[in-house]
Write a protein that binds this ligand. Structure first.
Ligand SMILES: *Cc1c(COP(=O)(O)O)cnc(C)c1O
Length: 360
């Protein structure tokens, strides 16, 4: 069976060269006589793998020296609780901007630990836009402002960075992490689950400015106290070792592609293929405001929903899988993360044209 074009929202497609290298190294990593999966996290081999993954990520993103990079467990949903536990820092409230399913999730979880002020919401617009900062009603006492930089389900993405002065900006970047260059110094904390753009599921990457850590709520589990983890190089407990290894291979692959500027150019070309086609047809549509469309997750619907099943079946037959939209919104969704080759997007657009010609 040849490899399919996998449009899954996550766990998601990975670069084929990375998978081949991992296969080559499966039984014997660099003459160690064992698999990375079998290594002690405290042995010199794994310590080197971990250090290299961190240093590659620092180089790709230009992470300033006063930021800690942590590889934790718990996923982004776990982080929704871990963030308020660590980031309230003696304050009672936090601002959240509600742009879709994932920010709603973050808000619900944060309410267990903090007084949450929803500073802005696009719920009334069906989550089809990012509320501009002029619309935000920020709480002057808030410990931080939380955004979801890319709504994986709704397909809306920030193409700008909020300006908050002294108040730390916290971003759930799970689905657009390392998809383009960003200025890390404009954020207090960035978190991302690995299974979208980084590697297999299992790790959560946290990038946090070092002056913000060390004041976690007393109830915070030690394994989720950023200070404890930072002081132990993310090895207070056993880290997700194999995921960190694959993440390192993916970071190296990105460097070989030309780093994040080249990745962004490729992501823009891929997204443009799909959005430009959607602009030419009324057979399919995407409801998101043009300025806020995601480069990573492209939801689209067929005007005639009774054709959904036939569309998915035909796609599957042509080697394109996981195009079904999230159960909460229906329709289709093409996730076109860094590792999706442009040939996959071109094949999808060709199939959409063909399907419309036969059913339109
Ligand atoms: C996938 C995703 C999550 C959930 O991640 P888990 O690993 O299931 O905890 C949260 N936020 C965003 C933006 C996501 O894309």
């Amino acid at each position: 069976m040849p490899r399919v074009f996998n449009f899954s929202a996550g766990p998601a497609t990975l670069p084929e060269t990375v998978l081949r290298q991992a296969a080559d190294e499966m039984l014997d990593w660099h003459g160690s006589g064992m698999s990375v999966m079998e290594m002690s996290h405290r042995g010199k081999e794994f310590i080197a793998i971990h250090a290299e993954a961190e240093s590659l990520l620092r180089e790709l993103m230009g992470i300033p020296a006063n930021y800690k990079v942590l590889f934790l467990q718990g996923g982004a949903i776990g982080e929704n609780a871990i963030v308020p536990m660590n980031m309230l820092r003696g304050r009672a409230s936090a601002d959240y901007v509600d742009t879709g399913e994932w920010s709603k999730n973050s808000i619900k979880e944060a309410k267990r630990y903090a007084r949450v002020n929803v500073a802005a919401s696009s719920e009334k617009d069906g989550y089809t836009r990012i509320p501009p900062q002029q619309e935000w009603k920020l709480d002057p006492g808030a410990a931080y402002v939380h955004i979801c930089s890319n709504e994986t389900i709704g397909g809306v993405e920030y193409h700008w960075t909020p300006e908050l002065g002294e108040v730390p900006l916290v971003a759930d970047m799970s689905s657009n992490f390392i998809s383009r260059p960003i200025d890390v110094s404009r954020y207090g904390l960035i978190y991302a689950g690995t299974q979208k753009n980084v590697g297999p599921a299992g790790a959560t990457i946290v990038i946090v400015r070092d002056d913000l850590i060390g004041q976690a709520l007393p109830v915070t589990p030690s394994a989720f106290d950023y200070k404890t983890q930072a002081d132990n190089d993310s090895m207070f407990n056993t880290p997700p070792t194999y995921t960190i290894y694959i993440a390192g291979l993916v970071f190296r692959w990105i460097r070989q592609q030309g780093g994040l500027p080249a990745i962004e150019a490729s992501n823009r070309r891929k997204a443009a293929l799909l959005y430009d086609h959607l602009a030419t047809t009324s057979f399919f549509y995407n409801p998101v405001a043009a300025a806020d469309r995601s480069l990573m997750n492209v939801p689209f619907k067929l005007r005639d929903e009774s054709l959904d099943e036939a569309f998915l079946k035909g796609a599957q037959e042509r080697g394109m899988v996981q195009l079904k939209g999230h159960r909460s919104v229906g329709g289709m969704r093409a996730s076109i993360y860094n590792a999706m080759p442009i040939e996959g997007v071109a094949a999808l657009v060709a199939y959409m044209k063909d399907f419309e010609a036969r059913h339109g």
